[in-house]
Write a protein that binds this ligand. Structure first.
Ligand SMILES: Nc1ncnc2c1ncn2[C@@H]1O[C@H](COP(=O)(O)OP(=O)(O)O)[C@@H](O)[C@H]1O
Ligand SMILES: [Mg+2]
Length: 576
């Protein structure tokens, strides 16, 4: 974050604007034409007065009129063209930045997403880059066109009378320090405003995703006021940024006032004494009048660049994030994906001093179904997170077919796992799309077969039906079957199923069980089960308690042993 604003802008120019240089060059040429035409208008004023009005020459006046029309036509065409080019360019460049950002974010791991909720990321990808787009478009335009105008006007002013020019600028130094102070303020305020924009989007994301919980708990008013609060914070902070930006052009006005008054007093003498013509005096003032508009715009560019820097700082902050779990320098393919899966003395904690797994060891035999049971919070889902390498163990190893999974490339490891987790999200697409996700979308036969085997067909024969946003058009049991169909479709040799806790009716349960059986055929499967009835037939049952294996064996063994499993069984039977 030590990057100073100029270096952020420079980096952005180099990485994103640079490659569009031919278009930028065309736009720049058009801006120069635009700015120069504007400046020539001031030159026309002297001719209008001295050659036309004072000389009482109507032909000169006609020429001046034609000249003015021509100037405005040139300006209109040039201005339209560079404006159109820059706006489209702004969209394009920011689109490229958004794509880059999304691709980068998708490479980051679970830890990152825990501390950066979706709303915040959406705001950064959409909001921060859009701010940048507006600023870049107007800033480049102003820099290109207005600086030409300003330089040309200054030239006219100095050419008319350099002493007057010096007098006009006496107000300049007065505004330099205040302007610098305001600029710093704008940047700071924008940074804070962008942060609260992210909070606001995050709040909205939560409210809209949780719309049912909100209404079920009669919390509409509460959520409305929560979003109002977030909005107010945003509006408050953004206001300071806007006020600061609004102040910058006015400082130019202050300077103008002082300068013009000084020249009026000073320059009038020269005209009265006949040293200067009235036309020269008028041109000088026309140039000053025309100077301050572009100068004002240029000064607001200064504020806009502060805004752009604040957004860039946040965007580059994200681009600087690196995944913690990455491939080893020499990743190997998974040699024996159909081998045993072994957990060897795993120790793990999400947060320091809060161990979740301590010394967990067991082997899930190849081609068999291993059930994992245990009380909530025992570390069952954590085990899957470690196996899929969403998290890294503090110590211990996970072996597949005797090979340490850390030596395997992440892509290859995950290609060999079909993970059906509790929070598996469905996409707002057809059932067929959701089933084929991770496999081949073109494989219509495979999709149908998977849907058939996972009992998706039994609740929805038409696979083109939409699953709804995040799968909301489906019931819990239906969603689960779609995800199982996906796992079947993946044909990965290792199946990981983290069963939803929701109590299901016995018919759905039977269907899911059938789906599960179909999915686990011929694969090494690890099934986290809450309803013990679903796993009676498992080849091995592992009971976890507080991050350790309490006992393991077949259903019959464990029942006979009357230990942890037996106690779990008792509670479920009393509940039923
Ligand atoms: N992302 C996380 N960050 C911090 N703690 C977590 C996270 N996920 C799970 N935990 C904690 O780890 C423990 C084990 O969780 P989990 O493996 O999900 O249990 P379960 O056996 O019910 O699947 C719990 O105490 C839980 O609070
Ligand atoms: Mg769990």
């Amino acid at each position: 974050m030590a990057d100073r604003p100029p270096s952020l802008l420079w980096r952005f120019t180099r990485e994103h604007l640079h490659r569009h240089w031919p278009l930028l060059l065309v736009a720049l040429a058009l801006m120069i034409i635009d700015g120069a035409a504007y400046a020539m208008f001031a030159g026309g004023v002297r001719s209008l007065i001295d050659d036309g009005l004072l000389a009482k020459s109507s032909s000169a006046l006609r020429w001046v009129a034609i000249f003015v029309v021509a100037l405005f036509v040139v300006r209109a065409v040039a201005a339209f063209s560079h404006r159109a080019i820059l706006r489209v360019l702004g969209l394009k460049v920011v689109g490229e930045l958004q794509v880059r950002l999304v691709a980068h974010l998708l490479g980051l791991d679970a830890r990152f997403y825990q501390s950066h909720p979706p709303g915040e990321l959406i705001e950064r990808v959409r909001g921060d880059t859009t701010t940048l787009q507006q600023v870049i478009t107007t800033a480049i335009m102003s820099l290109g066109r207005d600086s030409v105008s300003v330089v040309a006007m200054l030239a006219i002013i100095v050419y008319t009378d350099w002493v007057w020019a010096l007098v006009v600028l006496v107000g300049g130094p007065l505004v330099v320090l205040p302007m610098a102070a305001v600029m710093a303020r704008v940047r700071q305020a924008t940074k804070r405003a962008r942060a609260s924009a992210a909070d606001l989007t995050q709040t909205l994301d939560e409210i809209f995703h949780g719309h049912k919980s909100v209404r079920a708990n009669n919390r509409q008013d509460h959520e409305a006021s929560r979003s109002r609060l977030a909005t107010e914070v945003y509006v408050g902070r953004q206001s300071w940024a806007e006020i600061g930006q609004a102040a910058l052009p006015s400082m130019i006005d202050l300077m103008a006032g002082v300068g013009i008054a000084a020249v009026l007093l000073f320059g009038m003498q020269d005209v009265l004494s006949g040293e200067k013509t009235l036309g020269e005096f008028a041109t000088f003032f026309a140039a000053i009048g025309l100077l301050f508009d572009p100068a004002r715009r240029l000064s607001s560019v200064v504020g806009q660049l502060q805004v752009a820097s604040a957004s860039l700082e946040r965007i580059y902050g994200l681009l600087a994030e690196q995944p913690h779990i990455v491939d080893t320098p020499n990743p190997q393919p998974l040699a024996r994906p159909d081998g045993d899966v072994t957990f060897d003395d795993l120790h793990f904690s999400y947060a320091p001093d809060k161990p979740v797994l301590h010394g967990l060891s067991f082997t899930a035999p190849a081609g068999k179904m291993t059930a994992i049971v245990g009380p909530s919070g025992a570390g069952k889902s954590t085990l899957f997170n470690l196996l899929a390498r969403f998290e890294e163990p503090d110590s211990g190893r996970i072996l597949i077919g005797g090979q340490d999974t850390r030596d395997v490339s992440l892509a290859d490891l995950r290609a060999n796992l079909a993970l059906v987790s509790q929070e598996t999200a469905l996409f707002n697409e057809s059932l067929a799309y959701n089933i084929a996700y991770g496999a081949d979308f073109q494989d219509a036969r495979g999709i149908e077969a998977a849907a058939e085997r996972a009992q998706v067909r039994s609740f929805q024969p038409d696979l083109e039906t939409s699953a709804g946003p995040r799968g909301e058009a489906l019931s819990g049991g239906q969603r689960q079957r779609v995800v199982i169909a996906r796992a079947i479709m993946r044909q990965a040799p290792i199946l990981l199923l983290d069963e939803a806790t929701a109590a299901l009716d016995s018919k759905t349960e039977q269907q899911i069980q059938a789906a599960l059986k179909a999915a686990s055929q011929g694969r090494t499967s690890l099934v986290i089960a809450h309803r013990l009835s679903t796993i009676k037939e498992a080849d091995l049952i592992v009971v976890l308690e507080a991050g350790r294996v309490a006992e393991s064996g077949t259903h019959d063994d464990l029942v006979a042993h009357e230990g942890a499993y037996w106690r779990l069984l008792q509670t479920q039977q009393t509940l039923a």
